[in-house]
Ligand binder design. Structure first.
Ligand SMILES: C[S@@+](CC[C@H](N)C(=O)[O-])C[C@H]1O[C@@H](n2cnc3c(N)ncnc32)[C@H](O)[C@@H]1O
Length: 350
C-alpha cells in the first residue's frame, strides 16, 4: 500500500461552503472505481504541516495512466506521494488544451460554477460504457440547457466536440459573441457562423457553429474542435442533431429561483415538467452506452423523482455510495445535487 495526498484548490471552500472535501472525496472514489479498478481506499482528510490534504491509499504504485486519471479531478491542485511524512510531488498530466481564460472570463447571473461543471462532466463520463475515453479526448458532449456555455467551454478545454441547446436568445447571442472573441484573442485558427435552421419553409431555430484548431497544423489536418449551439426549445433538440450522435449529455437544470438583481426568494418551480418533456428527445440523441449527468436544486425536486424519470426512459442510474456524496449547499435557496445514468443498450421509449 502506498499513500498519496491531494492538495485541493483553496477556492473550493468558497464554492462548496464546507462540503469541498466531501465532494472531492466522492469524485476521487467515482474516478477510482471507473479508471483505477477500485484500488483506492482509506480516503480521508489529513492535516499535514497545518494544511489539509485529501489522503488515500492505493494498492500498488500509481501508474502513469492512473496519474493521468487523477490529474483531471476538478478540485485537484497538486498530487503528492507521501512517505514517512514527506511529500514528493507527482507530475500531472492535465487534459487542458487551452488557457484557463476560456472557462473563467465569462461572469453572469445564473452561471453554473465552472469547477462544479468540470466535476459534473467528469462524473458523467465515468458512468458511460467506456470511461477511459475521457482521457483520449474523443467524446462528443451535449448540454441541452446550455445557458452561456460553461459545459461547452469545459468540453472544449478537454478537446471534445461540444453542442448546446438554449431557448434564451440573449444567452445564445452572448455565447456566440464570447466564443468568437475568445478565439480571435487567442489567435486560434477558426471559422464561425450563425445560420437559420429551416424545414418545410419554417425556421426551427438559429444555429451557431464554430470550428477551431488547437494549433494551425491540427486545423489544416481537419482535426478541428466543433462547437454547435442551437437557439430553440430543448424538447425539440432532436430536430437539430442526428440520433445517437452524443456520448455524454451534461446539464444543469433550472433552479426554480430568480437570478439577477433581486434576492433569490421564490423556491417553487420544479424542473420535472421540463425534464419530462425533454428526456425523450435527449435519449434519442445519446448513443446506447452513453451517459447523462443532471445537476439540480434539491429544494424543488427529489432525487427519487429524477431517478424514476431516467429509468422510465431506459437509463440505468449510478447508485454507488460515492454517487450519493455530491449534495451541497450553494446558497439560501439552492441545495444542489447531481445524478448520473447510463443509457442501456436497449433503452425504452427511445
Ligand atoms: C441553470 S441554467 C444553465 C446555466 C449554464 N450551465 C451556464 O453556466 O451558463 C438553465 C438554462 O436552461 C435554459 N432553459 C430553460 N428551459 C429551457 C427550454 N425549454 N429549452 C431550452 N433552454 C431552456 C435557461 O434559459 C437557462 O439558461
Amino acid at each position: 500500500m502506498k499513500t498519496y495526498g491531494i492538495l485541493l484548490f483553496p477556492s473550493h471552500n468558497r464554492v462548496y461552503a464546507h462540503a469541498s472535501v466531501h465532494l472531492a472525496q466522492s469524485e476521487l472514489l467515482v474516478v477510482g472505481d471507473a479508471l483505477l479498478d477500485g484500488r483506492i481506499g482509506s480516503v480521508r482528510e489529513t492535516v499535514l504541516g497545518g494544511v489539509p490534504y485529501l489522503t488515500f491509499e492505493v494498492d500498488g504504485d500509481l501508474t502513469e495512466s492512473d496519474i493521468g486519471a487523477l490529474s483531471n479531478l476538478s478540485s485537484l491542485y497538486a498530487l503528492f506521494e507521501i512517505e514517512d511524512g514527506r511529500l514528493a510531488p507527482l507530475e500531472l498530466t492535465r487534459l487542458d488544451r487551452f488557457g484557463s481564460d476560456l472557462i473563467t472570463i465569462q461572469k453572469y447571473a445564473g452561471k453554473t460554477n465552472e469547477d462544479f461543471t468540470k466535476l459534473l462532466l467528469n462524473v458523467t463520463a465515468m458512468a458511460c460504457d467506456d470511461p477511459r475515453r475521457l482521457l483520449t479526448g474523443d467524446l462528443r458532449v451535449l448540454d441541452p440547457l446550455c445557458g452561456r456555455g460553461t459545459t461547452l467551454n469545459q468540453a472544449v478545454m478537454y478537446g471534445f466536440d461540444a453542442a448546446g441547446v438554449e431557448r434564451d436568445t440573449k444567452s445564445f447571442d452572448a455565447y456566440a459573441n464570447f466564443l468568437r472573441q475568445w478565439m480571435k484573442n487567442s489567435r486560434l485558427k477558426h471559422r464561425a457562423e450563425i445560420t437559420r435552421v429551416r424545414r418545410d419553409r419554417k425556421t426551427l431555430g438559429r444555429r451557431f457553429h464554430a470550428e477551431l484548431g488547437e494549433d494551425k497544423e491540427r486545423y489544416k489536418r481537419g482535426e478541428a474542435i466543433e462547437v454547435t449551439v442551437i437557439n430553440a426549445d430543448t424538447a425539440a433538440s432532436d430536430a437539430f442533431f442526428g440520433p445517437a450522435s452524443f456520448d455524454l449529455i451534461v446539464t444543469d437544470a433550472p433552479y426554480g429561483v430568480q437570478h439577477g438583481a433581486t434576492a433569490r426568494t421564490e423556491v417553487s418551480r420544479s424542473p420535472m415538467p421540463l425534464l419530462t418533456a425533454a428526456l425523450p428527445a435527449w435519449a434519442r440523441l445519446l448513443r446506447p452506452g452513453g451517459a447523462i449527468g443532471i445537476a439540480w436544486n434539491t429544494h424543488v425536486a427529489r432525487r427519487s423523482e429524477l431517478a424514476e424519470l431516467l429509468a422510465d426512459h431506459g437509463f440505468e442510474v449510478a447508485d454507488s455510495e460515492p454517487h450519493h456524496g455530491f449534495r451541497h449547499r450553494v446558497d439560501q435557496a439552492i441545495v444542489r445535487d447531481l445524478v448520473v445514468a447510463r443509457l442501456a443498450a436497449t433503452g425504452r421509449d427511445r
